[in-house]
Ligand binder design. Sequence first.
Ligand SMILES: NC(=O)c1ccc[n+]([C@@H]2O[C@H](COP(=O)([O-])OP(=O)(O)OC[C@H]3O[C@@H](n4cnc5c(N)ncnc54)[C@H](O)[C@@H]3O)[C@@H](O)[C@H]2O)c1
Length: 507
Amino acid sequence: MPAPALVFVGFMGAGKSTAAREAAAVLDARLHDSDRLLEAEFGSTIEAFFDAHGEAAFREREEALVLRLLDAADGDVIALGGGTLASARVREALGRHLVVHVEVDLETAWTRAAGKGRPLARDRAVFEARYAERASTYRSVARATLPPADKKVGRRAARALRDLADAPAGTQLLWATAASGDYPVLVGRRLLGQVPWPLGGRRFVVSDANVGDLYAGLVGEVSGLIEIGAGEEHKTLATAERVWEALVEQGATRADHVVAVGGGVVGDLAGFCASAYQRGVPVIQVPTTVVAQVDSAYGGKTGVDLPTAKNYVGAYHQPSAVVVDVATLATLPPEEHAAGYAEVVKTALIAGGALWEQVASGVPVDDATILGCARTKLAVVREDERDGGRRQVLNLGHTVGHAIETVSGFARYRHGEAVGLGLLAALRLSGQEDLRAHVRDLLEGVGLPVELDPQLDAAEIVAATAKDKKRLGEHTPFVLVHGPGDVRHGAVVAPSDVLAAVAELHG
Ligand SMILES: NC(=O)c1ccc[n+]([C@@H]2O[C@H](COP(=O)([O-])OP(=O)(O)OC[C@H]3O[C@@H](n4cnc5c(N)ncnc54)[C@H](O)[C@@H]3O)[C@@H](O)[C@H]2O)c1
Protein backbone atom coordinates (compact mmCIF):
# COMPACT_ATOMS: atom_id res chain seq x y z
CA MET A 1 0.00 0.00 0.00
CA PRO A 2 1.64 3.29 -1.06
CA ALA A 3 2.14 5.86 1.71
CA PRO A 4 -0.05 8.98 1.71
CA ALA A 5 1.43 12.09 0.17
CA LEU A 6 1.59 15.45 1.92
CA VAL A 7 -0.45 17.66 -0.37
CA PHE A 8 -0.12 21.43 0.12
CA VAL A 9 -3.12 23.51 -0.90
CA GLY A 10 -4.08 27.13 -0.42
CA PHE A 11 -5.06 30.32 -2.16
CA MET A 12 -2.88 32.18 -4.65
CA GLY A 13 0.14 33.70 -2.96
CA ALA A 14 -0.14 31.52 0.17
CA GLY A 15 3.34 30.12 -0.25
CA LYS A 16 2.32 26.49 -0.91
CA SER A 17 5.27 25.82 -3.19
CA THR A 18 7.76 27.17 -0.65
CA ALA A 19 6.19 25.25 2.23
CA ALA A 20 6.13 22.04 0.19
CA ARG A 21 9.74 22.49 -0.89
CA GLU A 22 10.86 23.08 2.70
CA ALA A 23 8.95 20.04 3.97
CA ALA A 24 10.23 17.79 1.20
CA ALA A 25 13.81 18.79 2.02
CA VAL A 26 13.41 17.80 5.69
CA LEU A 27 11.59 14.56 4.89
CA ASP A 28 13.88 13.71 2.00
CA ALA A 29 10.77 13.13 -0.11
CA ARG A 30 10.12 13.58 -3.83
CA LEU A 31 8.62 16.99 -4.57
CA HIS A 32 6.06 17.84 -7.28
CA ASP A 33 4.59 21.24 -8.02
CA SER A 34 1.53 21.02 -10.25
CA ASP A 35 1.89 24.55 -11.65
CA ARG A 36 5.53 24.00 -12.61
CA LEU A 37 4.73 20.60 -14.16
CA LEU A 38 1.90 22.12 -16.17
CA GLU A 39 4.15 24.86 -17.47
CA ALA A 40 6.63 22.22 -18.59
CA GLU A 41 3.81 20.34 -20.29
CA PHE A 42 2.44 23.48 -22.01
CA GLY A 43 5.85 24.75 -22.97
CA SER A 44 4.62 28.16 -21.84
CA THR A 45 3.61 30.00 -18.69
CA ILE A 46 0.24 29.29 -17.13
CA GLU A 47 -0.79 32.87 -17.88
CA ALA A 48 -0.02 32.43 -21.59
CA PHE A 49 -1.94 29.13 -21.74
CA PHE A 50 -4.87 30.67 -19.87
CA ASP A 51 -5.02 33.65 -22.22
CA ALA A 52 -4.74 31.49 -25.33
CA HIS A 53 -7.12 28.66 -24.39
CA GLY A 54 -9.31 29.92 -21.50
CA GLU A 55 -9.96 28.66 -17.96
CA ALA A 56 -11.97 25.53 -18.89
CA ALA A 57 -9.16 24.10 -21.04
CA PHE A 58 -6.64 24.90 -18.31
CA ARG A 59 -8.73 23.19 -15.62
CA GLU A 60 -9.10 20.08 -17.77
CA ARG A 61 -5.36 19.71 -18.23
CA GLU A 62 -4.74 20.56 -14.58
CA GLU A 63 -7.21 17.94 -13.35
CA ALA A 64 -5.68 15.22 -15.51
CA LEU A 65 -2.16 16.00 -14.33
CA VAL A 66 -3.11 16.23 -10.65
CA LEU A 67 -5.05 12.94 -10.76
CA ARG A 68 -1.97 11.24 -12.23
CA LEU A 69 0.22 12.73 -9.52
CA LEU A 70 -2.09 11.70 -6.69
CA ASP A 71 -2.48 8.21 -8.06
CA ALA A 72 1.25 7.58 -8.34
CA ALA A 73 2.29 9.27 -5.10
CA ASP A 74 4.00 7.20 -2.44
CA GLY A 75 4.99 9.38 0.50
CA ASP A 76 5.72 12.27 -1.90
CA VAL A 77 5.22 15.97 -1.22
CA ILE A 78 2.96 17.79 -3.69
CA ALA A 79 2.05 21.47 -4.09
CA LEU A 80 -1.25 22.01 -5.91
CA GLY A 81 -2.40 25.11 -7.78
CA GLY A 82 -4.91 27.25 -5.87
CA GLY A 83 -7.98 26.30 -7.93
CA THR A 84 -7.38 22.56 -8.22
CA LEU A 85 -9.84 21.66 -5.50
CA ALA A 86 -12.77 22.88 -7.58
CA SER A 87 -12.62 19.44 -9.22
CA ALA A 88 -14.73 16.82 -7.41
CA ARG A 89 -12.51 14.06 -8.85
CA VAL A 90 -9.43 15.70 -7.33
CA ARG A 91 -11.17 16.11 -3.96
CA GLU A 92 -12.06 12.43 -4.04
CA ALA A 93 -8.53 11.39 -4.99
CA LEU A 94 -7.21 13.41 -2.04
CA GLY A 95 -9.01 10.98 0.28
CA ARG A 96 -6.01 8.71 0.74
CA HIS A 97 -3.57 11.61 1.21
CA LEU A 98 -2.90 14.17 3.89
CA VAL A 99 -3.92 17.65 2.87
CA VAL A 100 -2.11 20.64 4.35
CA HIS A 101 -3.79 24.04 4.08
CA VAL A 102 -1.33 26.92 3.92
CA GLU A 103 -3.32 29.94 5.10
CA VAL A 104 -2.97 33.43 3.74
CA ASP A 105 -4.92 36.57 4.53
CA LEU A 106 -6.63 38.38 1.71
CA GLU A 107 -4.37 41.45 1.70
CA THR A 108 -1.16 39.43 1.62
CA ALA A 109 -2.54 37.21 -1.13
CA TRP A 110 -3.50 40.25 -3.22
CA THR A 111 -0.15 41.96 -2.66
CA ARG A 112 1.71 38.84 -3.70
CA ALA A 113 -0.44 37.82 -6.65
CA ALA A 114 -1.60 41.08 -8.25
CA GLY A 115 0.48 42.75 -10.91
CA LYS A 116 2.24 39.50 -11.81
CA GLY A 117 0.09 38.69 -14.79
CA ARG A 118 -1.87 36.01 -12.94
CA PRO A 119 -5.14 35.63 -14.81
CA LEU A 120 -7.28 35.47 -11.66
CA ALA A 121 -5.48 38.29 -9.90
CA ARG A 122 -6.23 41.07 -12.34
CA ASP A 123 -9.49 42.27 -10.87
CA ARG A 124 -9.77 42.85 -7.12
CA ALA A 125 -13.50 42.04 -6.93
CA VAL A 126 -13.07 38.71 -8.77
CA PHE A 127 -10.08 37.94 -6.57
CA GLU A 128 -12.04 38.60 -3.37
CA ALA A 129 -14.97 36.49 -4.53
CA ARG A 130 -12.67 33.54 -5.29
CA TYR A 131 -10.93 33.94 -1.95
CA ALA A 132 -14.22 33.70 -0.05
CA GLU A 133 -15.46 30.82 -2.18
CA ARG A 134 -12.35 28.69 -1.78
CA ALA A 135 -11.63 29.27 1.91
CA SER A 136 -14.24 26.78 3.10
CA THR A 137 -13.17 24.18 0.49
CA TYR A 138 -9.58 24.26 1.72
CA ARG A 139 -10.72 23.88 5.32
CA SER A 140 -13.11 21.07 4.52
CA VAL A 141 -10.44 18.84 2.95
CA ALA A 142 -7.43 19.78 5.09
CA ARG A 143 -6.15 17.70 7.99
CA ALA A 144 -3.48 20.27 8.83
CA THR A 145 -3.31 24.06 8.80
CA LEU A 146 -0.14 26.12 8.53
CA PRO A 147 -0.25 29.82 9.45
CA PRO A 148 0.22 32.58 6.91
CA ALA A 149 3.33 34.55 5.99
CA ASP A 150 6.00 32.24 7.28
CA LYS A 151 8.49 31.08 4.69
CA LYS A 152 10.18 28.48 6.88
CA VAL A 153 7.07 26.94 8.40
CA GLY A 154 7.11 23.95 6.05
CA ARG A 155 10.55 23.06 7.38
CA ARG A 156 9.63 23.37 11.04
CA ALA A 157 6.29 21.57 10.73
CA ALA A 158 7.46 18.79 8.40
CA ARG A 159 7.92 16.03 10.97
CA ALA A 160 4.66 16.79 12.74
CA LEU A 161 2.87 16.68 9.37
CA ARG A 162 4.41 13.33 8.56
CA ASP A 163 3.47 11.93 11.99
CA LEU A 164 -0.13 13.02 11.48
CA ALA A 165 -0.51 10.12 9.06
CA ASP A 166 -0.14 7.79 12.08
CA ALA A 167 -2.61 9.66 14.30
CA PRO A 168 -6.19 8.40 14.69
CA ALA A 169 -8.45 9.16 11.73
CA GLY A 170 -9.93 12.64 11.83
CA THR A 171 -7.14 14.18 13.91
CA GLN A 172 -6.51 17.81 12.93
CA LEU A 173 -3.19 19.58 13.23
CA LEU A 174 -2.98 23.34 13.70
CA TRP A 175 0.54 24.71 13.55
CA ALA A 176 0.89 27.38 16.24
CA THR A 177 3.42 30.15 15.92
CA ALA A 178 4.42 32.80 18.40
CA ALA A 179 7.41 35.08 18.71
CA SER A 180 9.21 32.70 21.07
CA GLY A 181 8.51 29.44 19.31
CA ASP A 182 6.08 27.26 17.44
CA TYR A 183 4.44 23.92 18.04
CA PRO A 184 1.83 21.46 16.81
CA VAL A 185 -1.68 21.47 18.22
CA LEU A 186 -3.39 18.13 17.65
CA VAL A 187 -7.16 18.02 18.02
CA GLY A 188 -9.12 14.79 17.81
CA ARG A 189 -10.64 11.90 19.70
CA ARG A 190 -8.88 9.06 21.51
CA LEU A 191 -5.50 10.65 20.86
CA LEU A 192 -4.05 9.67 24.23
CA GLY A 193 -2.03 6.53 23.78
CA GLN A 194 -2.66 6.56 20.01
CA VAL A 195 -0.96 9.67 18.70
CA PRO A 196 2.79 9.53 17.96
CA TRP A 197 4.21 11.41 20.95
CA PRO A 198 5.42 14.79 19.68
CA LEU A 199 8.61 15.01 21.73
CA GLY A 200 11.53 12.79 22.68
CA GLY A 201 12.91 12.49 26.23
CA ARG A 202 11.24 11.13 29.34
CA ARG A 203 7.75 12.27 30.34
CA PHE A 204 6.88 13.57 33.80
CA VAL A 205 3.14 13.97 34.15
CA VAL A 206 1.59 16.62 36.38
CA SER A 207 -2.11 16.08 36.95
CA ASP A 208 -4.71 16.61 39.65
CA ALA A 209 -6.52 14.36 42.05
CA ASN A 210 -9.53 13.95 39.73
CA VAL A 211 -7.82 13.68 36.36
CA GLY A 212 -4.69 11.68 37.25
CA ASP A 213 -6.56 8.40 37.77
CA LEU A 214 -8.60 8.87 34.62
CA TYR A 215 -6.02 9.91 32.05
CA ALA A 216 -2.41 10.00 33.25
CA GLY A 217 -2.10 6.28 32.48
CA LEU A 218 -3.04 6.92 28.86
CA VAL A 219 -0.10 9.20 28.18
CA GLY A 220 2.06 6.16 27.47
CA GLU A 221 5.45 5.50 28.93
CA VAL A 222 5.69 7.84 31.89
CA SER A 223 8.75 8.28 34.10
CA GLY A 224 7.04 10.17 36.90
CA LEU A 225 3.56 11.18 38.02
CA ILE A 226 2.93 14.15 40.28
CA GLU A 227 -0.59 14.78 41.50
CA ILE A 228 -1.75 18.07 42.91
CA GLY A 229 -5.03 18.86 44.66
CA ALA A 230 -7.92 19.69 42.31
CA GLY A 231 -9.21 23.23 42.02
CA GLU A 232 -8.13 26.87 41.85
CA GLU A 233 -7.13 26.95 45.52
CA HIS A 234 -4.20 24.71 44.61
CA LYS A 235 -2.84 27.05 41.93
CA THR A 236 -0.32 28.48 44.37
CA LEU A 237 3.39 28.91 44.86
CA ALA A 238 3.28 26.29 47.62
CA THR A 239 1.94 23.71 45.14
CA ALA A 240 4.54 24.76 42.57
CA GLU A 241 7.26 24.19 45.13
CA ARG A 242 5.91 20.69 45.81
CA VAL A 243 5.97 19.91 42.10
CA TRP A 244 9.55 21.15 41.76
CA GLU A 245 10.61 19.03 44.75
CA ALA A 246 8.90 15.98 43.25
CA LEU A 247 10.63 16.55 39.90
CA VAL A 248 13.97 16.60 41.71
CA GLU A 249 13.11 13.43 43.67
CA GLN A 250 11.99 11.65 40.50
CA GLY A 251 15.19 12.63 38.73
CA ALA A 252 13.78 14.85 35.97
CA THR A 253 16.52 16.46 33.88
CA ARG A 254 16.66 19.11 31.17
CA ALA A 255 16.47 16.37 28.55
CA ASP A 256 13.01 15.45 29.87
CA HIS A 257 9.69 17.20 29.69
CA VAL A 258 6.62 17.90 31.76
CA VAL A 259 3.21 16.77 30.54
CA ALA A 260 0.30 18.76 31.99
CA VAL A 261 -2.79 16.54 32.02
CA GLY A 262 -5.83 18.40 33.29
CA GLY A 263 -7.74 21.64 33.22
CA GLY A 264 -6.49 25.20 33.26
CA VAL A 265 -5.25 24.94 36.83
CA VAL A 266 -2.95 22.02 36.05
CA GLY A 267 -1.93 23.57 32.72
CA ASP A 268 -1.05 26.96 34.20
CA LEU A 269 0.73 25.49 37.21
CA ALA A 270 2.62 22.70 35.45
CA GLY A 271 3.57 25.10 32.63
CA PHE A 272 4.93 27.52 35.22
CA CYS A 273 6.85 24.74 36.97
CA ALA A 274 8.32 23.69 33.60
CA SER A 275 9.29 27.30 32.78
CA ALA A 276 11.43 27.55 35.91
CA TYR A 277 12.59 24.00 36.66
CA GLN A 278 16.32 23.99 35.96
CA ARG A 279 15.64 27.36 34.24
CA GLY A 280 13.23 25.78 31.82
CA VAL A 281 12.22 22.38 30.47
CA PRO A 282 9.64 21.74 27.73
CA VAL A 283 5.97 21.21 28.55
CA ILE A 284 3.30 19.40 26.58
CA GLN A 285 -0.23 20.47 27.38
CA VAL A 286 -2.93 17.80 27.45
CA PRO A 287 -6.07 19.81 28.27
CA THR A 288 -9.07 17.91 29.66
CA THR A 289 -11.63 20.67 30.37
CA VAL A 290 -13.57 22.89 27.99
CA VAL A 291 -11.76 25.95 29.41
CA ALA A 292 -8.40 24.38 28.71
CA GLN A 293 -9.29 22.95 25.28
CA VAL A 294 -10.73 26.20 23.95
CA ASP A 295 -8.38 28.61 25.65
CA SER A 296 -5.83 28.06 28.39
CA ALA A 297 -3.71 25.30 26.83
CA TYR A 298 -2.54 27.57 23.98
CA GLY A 299 -0.46 30.69 24.02
CA GLY A 300 2.10 30.01 26.73
CA LYS A 301 0.74 32.01 29.66
CA THR A 302 1.57 30.07 32.78
CA GLY A 303 1.48 30.99 36.44
CA VAL A 304 -0.07 30.81 39.88
CA ASP A 305 -2.31 32.99 42.04
CA LEU A 306 -1.27 34.97 45.09
CA PRO A 307 -3.81 35.03 47.94
CA THR A 308 -4.80 38.57 47.01
CA ALA A 309 -4.26 38.62 43.27
CA LYS A 310 -5.10 36.22 40.48
CA ASN A 311 -2.37 34.94 38.11
CA TYR A 312 0.12 37.40 39.59
CA VAL A 313 3.27 35.30 39.36
CA GLY A 314 4.11 33.50 36.16
CA ALA A 315 6.00 33.28 32.92
CA TYR A 316 5.46 33.01 29.22
CA HIS A 317 6.40 29.47 28.32
CA GLN A 318 5.02 28.19 25.03
CA PRO A 319 4.19 24.48 25.05
CA SER A 320 6.18 22.16 22.80
CA ALA A 321 2.89 20.61 21.72
CA VAL A 322 -0.78 20.58 22.71
CA VAL A 323 -2.64 17.28 22.50
CA VAL A 324 -6.39 17.93 22.66
CA ASP A 325 -8.30 14.70 23.15
CA VAL A 326 -11.91 15.82 22.96
CA ALA A 327 -13.05 12.41 24.23
CA THR A 328 -11.72 13.31 27.71
CA LEU A 329 -14.61 15.77 28.08
CA ALA A 330 -16.96 12.78 28.48
CA THR A 331 -16.04 12.55 32.17
CA LEU A 332 -16.13 16.28 32.87
CA PRO A 333 -18.88 17.19 35.36
CA PRO A 334 -21.74 19.21 33.76
CA GLU A 335 -21.02 22.31 35.85
CA GLU A 336 -17.42 22.34 34.54
CA HIS A 337 -18.74 22.01 30.97
CA ALA A 338 -20.94 25.01 31.67
CA ALA A 339 -18.04 27.02 33.10
CA GLY A 340 -16.06 26.35 29.93
CA TYR A 341 -18.96 27.61 27.87
CA ALA A 342 -18.28 31.18 29.06
CA GLU A 343 -14.81 31.01 27.43
CA VAL A 344 -16.42 29.59 24.28
CA VAL A 345 -18.83 32.56 24.09
CA LYS A 346 -15.95 34.97 24.74
CA THR A 347 -13.82 33.43 22.00
CA ALA A 348 -16.72 33.38 19.54
CA LEU A 349 -17.40 37.08 20.20
CA ILE A 350 -13.76 37.79 19.38
CA ALA A 351 -13.84 35.64 16.25
CA GLY A 352 -17.19 36.79 14.84
CA GLY A 353 -18.14 35.13 11.51
CA ALA A 354 -18.94 31.45 11.30
CA LEU A 355 -17.80 30.64 14.84
CA TRP A 356 -20.01 33.31 16.36
CA GLU A 357 -22.98 32.21 14.26
CA GLN A 358 -22.54 28.64 15.39
CA VAL A 359 -22.20 29.52 19.07
CA ALA A 360 -24.93 32.19 18.94
CA SER A 361 -27.36 29.57 17.66
CA GLY A 362 -27.04 27.88 21.06
CA VAL A 363 -25.87 24.46 19.82
CA PRO A 364 -23.85 22.38 22.29
CA VAL A 365 -20.07 22.68 22.15
CA ASP A 366 -18.73 20.08 19.72
CA ASP A 367 -15.37 19.21 18.15
CA ALA A 368 -15.78 21.89 15.47
CA THR A 369 -16.42 24.56 18.11
CA ILE A 370 -13.30 23.54 20.00
CA LEU A 371 -11.24 23.62 16.81
CA GLY A 372 -12.70 27.02 15.89
CA CYS A 373 -11.85 28.44 19.33
CA ALA A 374 -8.32 27.03 19.12
CA ARG A 375 -7.83 28.66 15.70
CA THR A 376 -9.07 31.99 17.07
CA LYS A 377 -6.81 31.97 20.10
CA LEU A 378 -3.77 30.90 18.08
CA ALA A 379 -4.36 33.69 15.56
CA VAL A 380 -4.48 36.29 18.34
CA VAL A 381 -1.33 34.98 20.03
CA ARG A 382 0.47 34.82 16.67
CA GLU A 383 -0.06 38.56 16.32
CA ASP A 384 0.93 39.48 19.85
CA GLU A 385 2.48 36.90 22.15
CA ARG A 386 3.19 39.13 25.13
CA ASP A 387 0.03 41.16 25.64
CA GLY A 388 1.48 44.31 24.12
CA GLY A 389 -1.69 44.95 22.17
CA ARG A 390 -4.07 42.63 20.33
CA ARG A 391 -3.74 39.74 22.80
CA GLN A 392 -5.50 41.85 25.38
CA VAL A 393 -8.80 41.14 23.60
CA LEU A 394 -8.61 37.66 25.14
CA ASN A 395 -9.20 39.42 28.43
CA LEU A 396 -12.78 40.20 27.41
CA GLY A 397 -14.91 39.62 30.49
CA HIS A 398 -11.85 38.86 32.60
CA THR A 399 -11.26 42.26 34.21
CA VAL A 400 -14.45 42.01 36.24
CA GLY A 401 -14.31 38.19 36.18
CA HIS A 402 -10.91 38.04 37.87
CA ALA A 403 -12.00 40.69 40.39
CA ILE A 404 -15.04 38.56 41.29
CA GLU A 405 -12.80 35.51 41.75
CA THR A 406 -10.38 37.47 43.95
CA VAL A 407 -13.02 39.11 46.14
CA SER A 408 -14.76 35.77 46.66
CA GLY A 409 -11.50 34.06 47.68
CA PHE A 410 -11.29 31.89 44.51
CA ALA A 411 -13.88 29.60 46.09
CA ARG A 412 -17.39 30.93 45.39
CA TYR A 413 -17.22 30.79 41.57
CA ARG A 414 -15.44 28.66 39.02
CA HIS A 415 -13.19 30.69 36.71
CA GLY A 416 -15.62 30.27 33.79
CA GLU A 417 -18.61 31.26 35.95
CA ALA A 418 -16.87 34.48 36.95
CA VAL A 419 -15.92 35.14 33.32
CA GLY A 420 -19.57 34.74 32.30
CA LEU A 421 -20.57 37.45 34.78
CA GLY A 422 -17.62 39.55 33.62
CA LEU A 423 -18.81 39.21 30.00
CA LEU A 424 -22.20 40.61 30.96
CA ALA A 425 -20.53 43.56 32.67
CA ALA A 426 -18.29 44.15 29.64
CA LEU A 427 -21.28 44.08 27.28
CA ARG A 428 -23.11 46.61 29.47
CA LEU A 429 -20.04 48.86 29.41
CA SER A 430 -19.94 48.39 25.63
CA GLY A 431 -23.51 49.64 25.33
CA GLN A 432 -24.43 46.40 23.53
CA GLU A 433 -27.79 45.76 25.14
CA ASP A 434 -29.22 43.38 22.51
CA LEU A 435 -26.02 41.36 22.36
CA ARG A 436 -25.91 41.33 26.16
CA ALA A 437 -29.44 39.92 26.30
CA HIS A 438 -28.48 37.25 23.76
CA VAL A 439 -25.31 36.30 25.67
CA ARG A 440 -27.26 36.27 28.94
CA ASP A 441 -29.70 33.76 27.41
CA LEU A 442 -26.83 31.60 26.13
CA LEU A 443 -25.12 31.57 29.56
CA GLU A 444 -28.38 30.96 31.41
CA GLY A 445 -29.22 28.20 28.95
CA VAL A 446 -26.27 26.11 30.16
CA GLY A 447 -26.98 26.88 33.82
CA LEU A 448 -24.34 29.56 34.34
CA PRO A 449 -25.04 32.29 36.91
CA VAL A 450 -26.18 35.54 35.32
CA GLU A 451 -26.64 37.35 38.62
CA LEU A 452 -23.98 38.05 41.21
CA ASP A 453 -24.14 36.60 44.72
CA PRO A 454 -25.81 39.41 46.76
CA GLN A 455 -23.21 38.86 49.50
CA LEU A 456 -20.47 40.16 47.21
CA ASP A 457 -19.98 43.90 47.36
CA ALA A 458 -19.92 45.66 43.99
CA ALA A 459 -17.60 48.43 45.23
CA GLU A 460 -15.14 45.84 46.52
CA ILE A 461 -15.14 44.12 43.12
CA VAL A 462 -14.51 47.42 41.35
CA ALA A 463 -11.65 48.11 43.77
CA ALA A 464 -10.19 44.69 42.90
CA THR A 465 -10.19 45.55 39.18
CA ALA A 466 -7.50 48.08 40.07
CA LYS A 467 -5.18 45.12 40.73
CA ASP A 468 -5.69 43.82 37.19
CA LYS A 469 -2.34 43.08 35.61
CA LYS A 470 -3.27 45.11 32.54
CA ARG A 471 -3.46 48.27 34.67
CA LEU A 472 -1.34 51.09 33.33
CA GLY A 473 -0.86 54.13 35.58
CA GLU A 474 -4.23 55.39 36.75
CA HIS A 475 -6.39 53.26 34.50
CA THR A 476 -7.41 49.66 34.23
CA PRO A 477 -8.07 49.31 30.49
CA PHE A 478 -11.24 47.48 29.50
CA VAL A 479 -11.94 45.26 26.53
CA LEU A 480 -15.15 46.32 24.85
CA VAL A 481 -17.33 44.73 22.20
CA HIS A 482 -18.37 46.79 19.19
CA GLY A 483 -20.02 43.75 17.62
CA PRO A 484 -19.23 40.07 17.09
CA GLY A 485 -15.79 39.97 15.44
CA ASP A 486 -15.08 43.56 16.49
CA VAL A 487 -13.62 43.44 19.99
CA ARG A 488 -11.19 46.19 21.00
CA HIS A 489 -8.80 46.53 23.91
CA GLY A 490 -7.54 49.53 25.83
CA ALA A 491 -10.80 51.38 26.52
CA VAL A 492 -10.78 53.86 29.38
CA VAL A 493 -13.98 53.54 31.38
CA ALA A 494 -15.14 55.79 34.21
CA PRO A 495 -15.07 53.98 37.59
CA SER A 496 -18.69 55.03 38.16
CA ASP A 497 -19.69 53.20 34.96
CA VAL A 498 -17.82 50.08 36.08
CA LEU A 499 -19.58 50.27 39.44
CA ALA A 500 -22.97 50.58 37.73
CA ALA A 501 -22.21 47.62 35.41
CA VAL A 502 -21.15 45.42 38.35
CA ALA A 503 -23.97 46.57 40.64
CA GLU A 504 -26.40 45.77 37.85
CA LEU A 505 -25.26 42.13 38.07
CA HIS A 506 -27.03 41.98 41.42
CA GLY A 507 -30.27 42.03 39.43
N1 LIG B 1 -3.20 30.41 30.63
C1 LIG B 1 -4.25 30.92 30.06
O1 LIG B 1 -4.15 31.52 28.98
C2 LIG B 1 -5.59 30.76 30.71
C3 LIG B 1 -6.76 31.06 30.00
C4 LIG B 1 -7.99 30.82 30.60
C5 LIG B 1 -8.05 30.30 31.89
N2 LIG B 1 -6.89 30.04 32.55
C6 LIG B 1 -6.91 29.48 33.91
O2 LIG B 1 -7.55 28.22 33.89
C7 LIG B 1 -8.03 27.92 35.19
C8 LIG B 1 -9.41 27.33 35.08
O3 LIG B 1 -9.33 26.13 34.35
P1 LIG B 1 -10.48 25.02 34.41
O4 LIG B 1 -11.79 25.66 34.32
O5 LIG B 1 -10.09 23.99 33.44
O6 LIG B 1 -10.39 24.49 35.92
P2 LIG B 1 -9.68 23.25 36.63
O7 LIG B 1 -8.38 22.98 36.06
O8 LIG B 1 -9.79 23.53 38.07
O9 LIG B 1 -10.65 22.02 36.28
C9 LIG B 1 -11.97 22.03 36.73
C10 LIG B 1 -12.32 20.75 37.48
O10 LIG B 1 -12.54 19.70 36.55
C11 LIG B 1 -11.77 18.55 36.92
N3 LIG B 1 -11.47 17.90 35.65
C12 LIG B 1 -10.64 18.36 34.68
N4 LIG B 1 -10.73 17.58 33.60
C13 LIG B 1 -11.60 16.59 33.88
C14 LIG B 1 -12.11 15.50 33.14
N5 LIG B 1 -11.81 15.32 31.85
N6 LIG B 1 -12.97 14.66 33.76
C15 LIG B 1 -13.33 14.89 35.04
N7 LIG B 1 -12.91 15.93 35.78
C16 LIG B 1 -12.07 16.77 35.20
C17 LIG B 1 -10.61 19.11 37.66
O11 LIG B 1 -10.05 18.15 38.52
C18 LIG B 1 -11.25 20.26 38.43
O12 LIG B 1 -11.87 19.76 39.58
C19 LIG B 1 -8.00 29.24 35.95
O13 LIG B 1 -6.97 29.19 36.89
C20 LIG B 1 -7.69 30.28 34.89
O14 LIG B 1 -6.99 31.37 35.41
C21 LIG B 1 -5.68 30.25 31.99
